[in-house]
Structure formats: structure tokens, C-alpha cells
Design a binder for this molecule. Structure first.
Ligand code: ZN
Length: 305
């Protein structure tokens, strides 16, 4: 059933993690810090800044400590880090005063999870539960992101009931927010509506976050579908950066600036200053030296005169 559109949404900027980890080149730490500092001054209230994965797995994020140490974040902006397991969390905790939230992740489908982290889904759930427990002891807010929630490139459709079952176990383990990732851009708007209608019923009191990729150009259509069933929390990346280590070629998250432009035009508040955000996107475009997927960067903000 369609519900009234929310009057405001929460946006978590994931570009510094989801985006930078998928760039072929390692971006210099100083550039990352400058970009994070810029993003934190656009009105964005949530930023995922890095990940404590092993440096040999994702060398692009091997400077997680230096990024946390070097960045300067205004009050009111919540900083999150992604941790793959308890070991990663322990490394992150050496910088406990530098971040507010922890994100754990796994895939809803066996094959994607195995190819991504070399574990069964069950093993990942058990591992995530111990990581969430430890993070909870430290007073950290926890989000769990479930990749391939809307489809798997290796297995095809993933039953909604299975995704919801995984989400319920992660919520029981201490996640107060569950992110549902359309990791390889397989979701369509009808599916998104059906999915969140079921998830909302099954997960009362849990913040449900939509994490769409624009792989097939359907990212913003999926956002609208999610808004129409009451979802008010989204993850996106400036410049439409991002992807997934597996399979190769999985492409970007929805662009934060396109998301902000669309919903603000609909009268839904994000708190983000689009011009300031576009300056950050210009900086990253210049740094990467390639055209980005962002539409709003090409066209500019709408000027109604
Ligand atoms: Zn993503």
C-alpha cells in the first residue's frame, strides 16, 4: 500500500568508502581527508568514511587510521566505519573517539557471500552477531547492510522471506538499522515497493535503509518506490562512485547529488546544500580525471528563475 511521502529523509554518504574502494587507483590520503571534510560541511548528517578491511584485500582503504585521524568533522555529523569482522572492529576501536557508528555487512545469497568474503551466509550471520555485540558494548550505533537483497548476479532472485529472516537475526544481535543493498542494480520499482512493505511489517522499530545502485539506470525510480511505502533513509555516493568487488564491473551507487536534487524538488527535505555538494563532486571529478555518472553535475541545479 502507498503511504504519504515523508517530509524529510536521512542520507548517508558512502562515497569515501563504497566509492573509493572501487577506484582502480589508490586516492591519496590527503585528498580523501579534504573530500570528507568538504562533504561534512554540505549538510549531510551521516558519512561512512572508510573500512577496516585487510589492506591486502582492499588496498584502496589501507589508510583507514590516517583518514580518521586527519579528518575534521563538525558537530552533528555522524561518522561511520565499515568493519568486516571482529578483528576489523578491534582495529577500529583503537580510534574509538573518531567515529560514532559501525556498519557490518554480508550478502543475502550464498554465492555472492562466498565470493565476497569466503564464508557461508550462516557463518557471516554468526560473525556479524559477535561484532555487533562488541560494538554495542562500546556504545556504538550499529547498522547491518545486506548485499544482494534484491537479486544476486549468481543465483538470481533472492526470496524476500530469506532477506527478512537474515535482517531479523541481525536486529536481534543489536543492529538498530538494516541497510538493504541492491548491490548489482537488479531491483525494479515494483519489487522495491513489495519488498519494503513486507520488511516494514516484519521489522518494527528498526530503521530500514535503502542502498540502491544505478547499474541499470533504475536507481532513482527505486528511490521513489521506496519513498511511496514510507522509507525515509537512503545511502548514496557523491559522483555516483562505487560498486562491489564481486562481480567485476558492478557499477556505482545512486549519486547523492541526483538524490538530493530529486527529493528536494519534491518538497522532501535532506538538509543538504546542493551547491556545496556539487563543489565536492567537482573536486573528486578533477581528482579522478574521468567523467562521472552524476547527472546533476553535468546539468547543474535547476534554476526556476
Ligand atoms: Zn553500494
Amino acid at each position: 500500500m502507498t503511504s504519504p511521502l515523508p517530509t524529510s529523509i536521512k542520507v548517508r554518504e558512502v562515497g569515501p568508502r563504497d566509492g573509493f574502494q572501487n577506484e582502480p587507483e589508490v586516492i591519496p590520503t590527503g585528498v580523501k581527508i579534504d573530500l570528507i571534510n568538504q562533504l561534512a560541511r554540505t549538510g549531510l548528517k551521516r558519512i561512512e568514511v572508510t573500512s577496516f578491511v585487510r589492506a591486502d584485500v582492499i588496498p584502496q582503504l589501507s589508510d583507514a587510521d590516517a583518514v580518521l585521524d586527519g579528518m575534521s568533522i563538525p558537530d552533528g555529523v555522524s561518522v561511520s566505519v565499515l568493519v568486516p569482522n571482529l578483528k576489523g572492529l578491534e582495529r577500529a576501536l583503537e580510534r574509538r573517539d573518531r567515529f560514532d557508528e559501525v556498519n557490518v555487512f554480508l550478502s543475502a545469497s550464498e554465492q555472492h557471500n562466498r565470493r565476497n568474503v569466503n564464508r557461508s551466509v550462516e557463518e557471516s550471520i554468526v560473525g556479524a552477531a559477535s561484532t555487533l555485540a562488541r560494538a554495542g558494548d562500546e556504545g556504538l550505533r550499529c547498522e547491518a547492510v545486506i548485499s544482494t537483497s534484491f537479486g544476486c548476479p549468481y543465483e538470481g532472485r533472492v526470496p524476500v522471506d530469506r532477506v527478512v529472516e537474515i535482517a531479523s537475526r541481525l536486529a536481534e544481535a543489536g543492529a538498530v538499522e538494516i541497510g538493504f543493498g541492491d548491490t548489482t542494480g537488479m531491483a525494479n520499482p515494483k519489487q522495491v515497493k513489495d519488498f519494503f512493505s513486507v520488511a516494514r511489517q516484519a521489522l518494527p522499530g528498526i530503521e530500514l535503509t535503502a542502498h540502491f545502485h544505478n547499474t541499470r539506470g533504475q536507481g532513482l525510480a527505486n528511490v521513489l518506490a521506496a519513498l511511496e511505502v514510507g522509507v525515509d533513509s537512503f545511502e548514496s555516493s557523491f559522483g555516483e562512485l562505487g560498486g562491489c568487488p564481486v562481480p567485476a564491473g558492478a557499477t556505482g551507487n545512486i549519486a547523492t547529488e541526483d538524490l538530493v536534487s530529486m527529493v528536494e524538488e519534491m518538497g522532501i527535505s535532506t538538509g543538504v546544500d546542493l551547491n556545496l555538494l556539487l563543489s565536492a563532486v567537482e573536486t573528486v571529478a578533477a581528482q579522478l580525471g574521468r567523467p562521472l555518472g552524476s547527472h546533476t553535475l553535468s546539468a547543474g541545479p535547476i534554476d526556476w528563475q
